[in-house]
Design a protein around this ligand. Structure first.
Ligand code: DP6
Length: 403
C-alpha cells in the first residue's frame, strides 16, 4: 500500500531483509541449468537475520532512465542473466495479476528500477551470500509491485539455494517433476520456533577463496560423477524422509548424524568429479576429527558439522552444549590476534573443561586456523522493513552514503 501511494508521486521504495540458509541434505547438480532445476530435493535450516542477513532496497520512478544495481555500495551489472531472470519473472507476475488492465493505484511496470543490496557479514567469509541476496531481491521487488503469491520459484531463478531462503525455520526444496519447473519450489517443513534449543556455530576458517564456484562445480559433477547419480536417485530420497522425521521428533542424534553423513557424501561426490574438486581444507578436516572425538568422549552426538562449497564449518548443537564446545574450539584453534572478538553473535557462557575432556579431545592445537566463531540459531524468513530511515537508497534514488 505504501509503495502504491508513493507511486502516485512518482517514486516508490521498499526495503526487505532476507536470511542465509544452510543445507543438511545438500543440493548439488541441475537437470536444467537455465531454469535451475535440481537433480534431487534438498533440506535446509534458515539462519537468524540478527547475525546474518542481506538488506535490499528496490525503488521505481518515472524519472529513472535505466535499471541500476548496487552491491555493498558499488555499482554492479544489472544485466547479469540471473538478475534479469528474477526481474523478468516478477514483472511477468505483476502483469498477469493486473490482467492487462491499468490499475491507477498500482506502480507502473514501465518505470525503471534502482536496487541496492548489502550484507551484514563479509562476503569474503564464504557464507552463502547469493541465497540471501536473491531471496532478498525477489522479496523487495515483489513488495514493490504488490505481489502476494509464493515466490520461491522466482528466487530459484537467481540461485537454486535462494528458494530455500524464502521461508524461515526448516525448509525443503522439492525437486519437482515438470520440465517447466512450476513444481520445483520451497516448502516450510517446520517453523523456527519448532526446535527452540537448536543452535548454530559458524566456524570461519582462515585462508584462501574457494577454487571452483558451485554453479560450475556441480555441472562438472553431473557430467562426470557416477556417485552423484546414485546419490540423487537412491540416497537422497531415503535421507530426505529420514531427515524430516528427525526434525519432527526434535531428535538431535538422528538429525546430527544424518547432516554429517550428507555433508560427507556431498564432498565425496566432489572428489568423484573429474577433475576432482576440493572444498575441504586441512583445517576443515581437523574440525571434522575434533567433532567426532568430542562426540565419542560424550558417548553420543552432541555436535554435528556440515560444509558447503568452501572450508568453513557450520556446527549444529543444542543450547546446553554451546559453552563447552566453544571452549573446546578455542583450545584447539587458539586465536592468533583477536582473542576478544573470537566469539561473535549470540552470547556464549563460560565453561571449564575437565582434564579428561582436554586429554581426549584437544590433541594437536592449530593456532590461528579458525578466524572466529559466529553463534546463531534458526530464524524467520524474509522481512519487510517498515522504518524508511533504513532504506539503502535516498529520495534521489541513489545509494545513501554509508555510515
Ligand atoms: C553446496 O545455490 O549456490 O551450498 O543454483 O548454481 O546458484 P546455483 O548454486 P548454489 O549451490 C549451493 C550448493 C551447496 C548446497 C546447498 O546449499 O544445498
Amino acid at each position: 500500500v505504501a509503495a502504491a501511494m508513493a507511486a502516485e508521486r512518482g517514486l516508490a521504495m521498499v526495503t526487505c531483509t532476507a536470511p542465509v540458509n544452510i543445507a543438511v541434505i545438500k543440493y548439488w547438480g541441475k537437470r536444467d541449468t537455465d531454469l535451475i532445476l535440481p537433480i534431487n530435493s534438498s533440506l535446509s535450516v534458515t539462519l537468524h537475520q540478527d547475525q546474518l542477513k542481506t538488506t535490499t532496497t528496490a525503488a521505481a520512478s518515472r524519472d529513472f532512465t535505466e535499471d541500476r544495481l548496487w552491491l555493498n555500495g558499488k555499482e554492479a551489472d544489472v544485466g547479469h542473466p540471473r538478475v534479469q531472470a528474477c526481474l523478468r519473472e516478477v514483472r511477468r507476475l505483476a502483469r498477469k495479476r493486473r490482467g492487462g488492465g491499468e490499475d491507477a493505484a498500482a506502480l507502473s511496470l514501465s518505470y525503471k528500477i534502482h536496487i541496492a543490496s548489502e550484507n551484514n557479514f563479509p562476503t569474503a567469509a564464504g557464507l552463502a551470500s547469493s541465497a540471501a541476496g536473491f531471496a532478498c531481491l525477489v522479496s523487495a521487488l515483489a513488495r514493490l509491485y504488490g505481489l502476494e503469491e509464493e515466490l520461491s520459484e522466482v528466487a530459484r531463478r537467481g540461485s537454486g539455494s535462494a528458494c530455500r531462503s524464502m521461508f524461515g525455520g526448516f525448509v525443503q526444496w522439492q525437486r519437482g517433476e515438470r520440465p517447466d519447473g512450476t513444481d520445483s519450489l520451497a516448502l516450510q517443513v517446520a517453523p523456527e520456533m519448532h526446535w527452540p534449543e537448536l543452535r548454530v556455530l559458524v566456524l570461519v576458517v582462515s585462508g584462501e577463496k574457494k577454487p571452483v564456484g558451485s554453479t560450475a562445480g556441480m555441472q562438472t559433477s553431473v557430467e562426470t560423477s557416477p556417485l552423484l547419480k546414485h546419490r540423487a536417485e537412491v540416497v537422497v530420497p531415503e535421507r530426505l524422509a529420514q531427515m524430516m522425521q528427525h526434525i519432527q521428533d526434535r531428535d538431535f542424534e538422528g538429525f546430527g548424524q544424518l547432516a554429517m553423513r550428507d555433508s560427507n557424501q556431498f564432498h565425496a561426490t566432489c572428489l568423484d568429479t573429474f577433475p576432482p574438486i576440493f572444498y575441504l581444507t586441512d583445517v576443515s578436516r581437523h574440525i571434522i576429527a575434533l567433532v567426532h572425538r568430542y562426540n565419542t568422549h560424550h558417548g553420543h552426538t552432541k555436535v554435528a558439522y556440515t560444509f558447503d562449497a568452501g572450508p568453513n564449518a557450520v556446527i549444529f548443537t543444542l543450547a546446553d552444549t554451546v559453552a563447552e564446545f566453544v571452549e573446546v574450539v578455542r583450545r584447539s584453534f587458539p586465536p592468533a590476534t583477536n582473542g576478544d572478538q573470537f566469539v561473535r553473535g549470540l552470547p556464549v557462557g563460560s565453561a571449564a573443561l575437565s582434564q579428561e575432556l582436554l586429554a581426549a579431545v584437544v590433541t594437536e592445537p592449530m593456532p590461528g586456523a579458525v578466524q572466529y566463531i559466529l553463534h546463531t540459531k534458526p530464524g524467520p524468513g524474509p522481512q519487510l522493513v517498515d522504518d524508511p530511515s533504513q532504506h539503502l537508497l535516498g529520495a534521489d534514488g541513489l545509494p545513501r552514503s554509508r555510515a
